[in-house]
Ligand binder design. Sequence first.
Ligand code: BG6
Length: 484
Amino acid sequence: MASRVIPVGPFDLVIFGGTGDLARRKILPALFRRFCAGQMCGDARIISAARAEMDSAAYRDFARSAILEFDDNDACAADNLEGFLEQLSYITLDARGDTGWPALKGALREGPVQAFYFSVGPGLFGDLAERLHKYGIAGPESRIVVEKPFGRDLASAQALNKGLAQHFDENQIYRIDHYLGKETVQNLMAIRFGNTLFEPLWNAQYVDHIQITVAESVGVGTRGGYYDKSGAMRDMMQNHLMQLLCLIAMEPPAKFDPAAVRDEKLKVIRALDPLEPEDVVRGQYEGTDERPGYCDQVENHDTRTETFIAIKARIGNWRWAGTPFYMRTGKRLKARASEIAVVFKDAPHSIFGATTGRHRNILTIRLQPNEGIELGVTIKEPGPGGMRLVDVPLDMSFAEALGPDSGDFPDAYERLIMDVVRGDQTLFMRGDEVEAAWEWVDPIIEAWQEADSAPILYDSGSSGPDDALRLMHKDGRRWREIKT
Ligand code: BG6
């Protein structure tokens, strides 16, 4: 199936922190791929700004090696690369001083869309916003893009929102949660609201429970410095998993537009019942003979930071009263496998008798790997021997269903950066959503701190601590297997 790429208009994109890890691993390769796809119509300029002293030629060398290292798309030929690099320039700039700002002002054009990507720690958001204003660089049409972590609790998120709001309106602020840019996550909305099949069943009357799993096989690697101050609750649950929860649970928005979608997501977060300590399981991975445990990978070997978290959440509204949402995420688990499973209730009455066993429909939305959707249905087992029932998957791998090119999904950053240029905030988090999410998780983090409790240790390569299994077992349910 041919992809339909609609070129975006001219734009100037400034990447603050343009020599950083995110720029190298994600932003530059994503822009390059959109360039190769023909979406950047040629009148795009990318201006990277950072503290390092270098000229534009040296920056292009930096960008070339980043793209060669992190872009795995063979379709992007070398001649594309040089064409793309011509659009890049570099300015040495001090976020907290005056160096570079006049040069930046001089480098920007009037007319094209202007976007400023704050690819820096949140500690610099306020400084950048202030200087963009002070030097008359950003106008009412300019957009700023900010990354997670957006605060580490409600108070710090509020302070960040307040700092940005001094110089930018909410409709100029694009808070990235890259999970919202994932193709399958967007598909979640298409499945729910583009089909008549599921929506009538999408409620507590028919859905027994929902499971959201984001399992990673890797550990913290070299990110221990950041991660140890964060942990799975702040790093993954408060943002990525809660965003998935919102998309699964929200009411149908009247339109697929930023205000309608984000209003509905916010209502879900606000309807969440407060978490009880027994609804939360916190774990930390141990080492193996070959791999160090988490506490050996971070400076503080007595660390109590969690690398795994499982939660049973309840949404107190008419649609979901009585349907629990089980969510879990962790590092160093059995496999890299993320999915959402909507587990429907048993048929109200079995006409086939007790011997046919228990059968349930499960709709599985696979985020990674092998993006796709699977609907488990019950059929008669073929052959003689009476009425024996068996569950089979109606499986739709997107790659298989939509043709060979379709498996080549754009990376989340490609979609999100182009949305910034197009001025579409639908897949970005609004300030009130982020604050509401912190409001829900903060009391649990505070309770851990007050109790000075330690996470439960789990084996690297496992499914997490046994207590996470018990979280569901005590409700007579079980997690789906994390498949390797
Ligand atoms: C990031 C977290 O936001 O998401 C990382 O900081 C995590 O710790 C990553 O590994 C997971 O993203 P993905 O797209 O690989 O599932």
